[in-house]
Ligand binder design. Structure first.
Ligand SMILES: [Zn+2]
Length: 271
């Protein structure tokens, strides 16, 4: 009796929102398990802040993608997936020499924040800033000051690693990920021609018009593969993190649970 009842329930399948909720809870559990197994080393606290922050960002991005089926299209999902790919390559490269590289990562970001502040000041020029402008300037200055090294900060206009993303991916042993994930998704993130021509134009069927393409803003049906890709990149990030810190976490994988729940619609490419 009990078995029959259980069978009829599983035949109905799990509804999408239940699956999304359970996936997101799984991601939170996975993140917490890492933070428990990897306590801060206060001698090198910047490593914990940078790597921990990046890990938390990946968790947030994969949950945000999971929560928004309307974004599971070729128009929008690659923008977020490209950001996850970027973070994955960064983390992989940072972890090869975390003490030195995380400090460069912070300095570059602070340099950028300082530059942004200078641009705002230049825009205001010699006139008296309005109250909201003054508040923004002060908040930005205080934030940089709180990082303790404001007065020593050089504005660095280059790349923080002095390498291209491609070179970082090569060094970190994830050039395939760069070629097959980062690059194709960049076309969408940067609205390049080979994306726009495919997604935002449609060929006219009037034979007199020499097959020109018409602009079209058209919703696409959500494709669950975009969610499973986000789940995969989160899982890859955890794998790289666990390996670097030699962690052996028994927590069930949110990616594997998701794949087994939607197994028929999942892609099987290795990246
Ligand atoms: Zn036409």
């Amino acid at each position: 009796m009990t078995n029959e009842h259980a069978d009829s329930e599983s035949d109905e399948g799990i509804d999408l929102w239940t699956l999304i909720q359970s996936y997101c809870l799984g991601v939170d559990r996975e993140l917490v398990a890492r933070l428990v197994a990897w306590p801060p080393d206060f001698a090198q606290i910047h490593v914990h802040e940078v790597i921990g922050g990046m890990l938390a960002r990946q968790a947030t991005l994969t949950k945000d993608i999971a929560h928004a089926p309307s974004l599971w299209t070729g128009h929008s999902a690659p923008i977020l997936l490209r950001a996850m790919a970027d973070a994955y390559i960064n983390i992989s490269w940072l972890l090869l020499d975390p003490v030195e590289r995380c400090s460069k990562f912070i300095l570059f970001g602070l340099g950028q924040a300082k530059l942004e502040l200078e641009h705002r000041r230049t825009q205001i020029g010699t006139r008296e800033p309005t109250a909201p402008e003054a508040a923004i300037l002060e908040a930005a200055e205080q934030w940089i000051d709180r990082q303790r090294i404001n007065w020593l900060l050089d504005v660095d206009l280059g790349k923080w690693s002095s390498l291209t993303v491609r070179q970082m991916a090569e060094e970190a042993g994830c050039i395939d990920f760069y070629n097959y994930v980062y690059m194709p998704f960049s076309a969408c993130a940067h609205s390049m021609w080979h994306h726009v021509a495919r997604y935002d134009l449609v060929e006219c069927n009037n034979p007199l018009h020499r097959h020109h393409r018409r602009p079209i803003s058209e919703a696409r049906a959500p494709d669950i593969n975009y969610w499973t890709l986000a789940a995969k990149y989160w899982s890859k990030t955890l794998g790289t993190f666990d390996k670097a810190f030699m962690l052996n976490i028994a927590e069930p994988s949110s990616y594997e649970s998701l794949v087994s729940a939607v197994t028929n619609s999942v892609d099987h490419d290795p990246y």
